[in-house]
Design a protein around this ligand. Sequence first.
Ligand code: SF4
Length: 250
Amino acid sequence: MFKKLVARISELFAPGMDISYSRVNTYEFCPVKYRTVYCDKKYVPATPAISLGQTIHKTLEQYHQRKETTLDQLIESYDVCWVNEGFTSPQQTLEFYEKGRKMLERYFASSFASVVEIVSLEKHFVCKLGRHKLMGIIDRIDKYPDGTYAVIDYKTHSELWDQAKVDADLQLSVYAIAFQAVFGFMPRELVYYFLAHDVKLFTKRTPEQLAAAKERVIGVARKIIHKEFAPNTANCHRCDFKKSCQFSIV
Ligand code: SF4
């Protein structure tokens, strides 16, 4: 009883931390990976997919920031923003370059390239979440003619998610929490734009879903503060550190 009371009191006075969706996602993937990346500062090596993702995000930011309107301008930005890291051969570089170029051509042809009003691009946010600071970057926020808003995240990977996965996704819940904290109201919709497929999936969040997401983020922050870093070896086969990690089973 006394021990429980002490634990509760120390919980109440424990310090907060900077937390983000990326941190939660990495911790849930494997606490050892979290410690490796965020405590030991060993960064994930560049891969073609990561570099292409960075390139596309930078390109779209630059294109819209400059209020450009032609496909040539979009491809010019692509060339300027190209991140040339993690490729193992000129052939692979070319293959990914073409993949990215096709994504942008499809993007240009879609309505998202000429939307009514883009309110912000790569918006950094910081808001309070319990005693923690919730931070992150929202790719894009659009305003519709009726005064409502959409929060948009670009996905460049080749996997196309289904609606159920998008509806339950934590990242968009975190963005909805941040949007509400910053703007004082909820966005009309949350959007994942899967650029490799030219597919947009729209979703919303209920107050109950947001409350559950907050609890989940706070729960992970609590474990990090308490230095709970047990390995999750179920993910070793797809981990960037599988060759160097002492707990790796592959
Ligand atoms: S190799 Fe396995 S145990 Fe090590 S960080 Fe990756 S997932 Fe965790």
